[in-house]
Design a protein around this ligand. Structure first.
Ligand code: ATP
Ligand code: MG
Length: 340
């Protein structure tokens, strides 16, 4: 029995999380869901977007399955997602981008994974204005790249490549300009690569890498990079396979791991019952893989891919003819998981 903290989230969150839970349960894997709240839902209930009970639950279970959260504007709240990342030291953001048959995209053979450093770089939060007489004359942002943080994420990428039977790790940087921060990251990458002779290693400058990713994404396998570049390139990769509605992400830390859809709470379609549950369901597959249920993970992934390819039970964002709703798409996936 796996005990997992479940956060339904805001907007379309509860509907896609419900869909994903049904699909996970259809595999037969035994899960005890510890339902907790965060985001707007928690503000409404407890006056706090991240109640202690939620943090305690994640601390105890070490695995969290989370719907998209809205951080309330005003009220001085910090982003809940950022707070969770820091509270559990979720240093690796892992996002597979693997083409789905039956979607309308420029390439049909993308198969790459971005591994983004999630705690330092330009997101260390060291930012300020330099003021003279109340006049903002300059703004500074400081990127922090540490040896420890770099080693940890680069090793994670190589170990991941080994586990996932992938062949190559590409380190993305801007060491020609950012000689200290990006330079250190690249230097450490070259050192660590020597310990993984079975995995090919190369590096790319981030601008050239972006161009190659949109021209020949087939060239890439595992990408590892610092926070800001990873933020941008992982969205680019999501775009290559058909957008945010399909893309799942894992946030892996030393103290916990959190699995989620990459997209937000999509308030524009929140009450319509038409959100695509794919990203959340694929996040569920990543989670099952992580907790040692790889067969169930693969069954889910295969079922999702078959349903999308088949095209008869898909939400409006994917449908070429008659679309269905979130629940119907989930039901089609559940049936295939059961019969697999
Ligand atoms: P948030 O403030 O929570 O980030 P957002 O308004 O930025 O929310 P996103 O969820 O990031 O919204 O989505 C951007 C666009 O993509 C929206 O128009 C939304 O309807 C669409 N979208 C996002 N996720 C899905 C999904 N799972 N299914 C269908 N459409 C989606
Ligand atoms: Mg958004």
């Amino acid at each position: 029995m796996h005990k997992i903290t479940l956060i339904p989230g805001d907007g379309i969150g509860p509907s896609i999380v419900d869909a994903a839970v049904k699909v996970i349960e259809a595999t037969g894997v035994q899960v005890q869901w510890d339902v907790q709240s965060a985001g707007m839902a928690a503000v409404e209930k407890f006056g706090n977007p991240l109640p202690d009970a939620t943090l305690d639950s994640i601390r105890a279970n070490r695995i969290c399955f989370k719907g998209p959260l809205t951080t309330p504007v005003g009220g001085g709240y910090r982003s809940v997602n950022v707070t969770l990342r820091q509270a559990f030291n979720l240093y690796a953001n892992v996002r597979p981008a693997i083409s789905f048959e039956g979607t309308d995209t420029a390439f049909s053979d993308v198969n790459l994974v971005t591994v983004r450093e999630n705690t330092e770089g330009l997101y260390a939060g060291i930012e300020h204005f330099i003021k003279v007489d109340e006049e903002k004359i300059a703004a500074e942002s400081i990127a922090v790249v540490t040896r420890k943080g770099s080693e940890r994420i680069i090793r994670y990428a190589f170990d991941y490549a080994r586990r996932a039977r992938r062949k190559k790790v590409t380190l993305v940087h801007k060491a020609n300009i950012l000689k200290c921060t990006s330079g250190l990251f690249l230097e450490i990458g070259r050192e660590i690569a020597k310990g993984y002779p079975d995995i090919e290693f190369d590096d790319r400058i981030v601008d050239a890498c972006s161009m190659q990713m949109v021209m020949q994404p087939q060239r890439f396998d595992v990408l590892v990079t610092t926070n800001l570049f990873g933020d941008i390139l992982s969205d680019l990769a999501a775009g290559l396979i058909g957008g945010l509605g399909l893309t799942a992400g894992a946030n892996i830390g030393s103290d916990a791991a959190l699995f989620e859809a990459v997209h937000g709470s999509a308030p524009d379609i929140a009450d319509k019952g038409i959100a695509n549950p794919t990203a959340m369901i694929m996040a569920g597959a990543m989670m099952l893989e992580h907790i040692g249920e790889p067969d169930a993970a693969r069954r889910i992934e295969r079922a999702v891919r078959e349903v999308i390819k088949d095209g008869r039970s898909v939400t409006p964002d994917l449908a070429k003819t008659s679309p269905c709703g979130t629940a119907q798409m989930a039901e089609a996936i559940v049936e295939r998981v059961r019969s697999a």
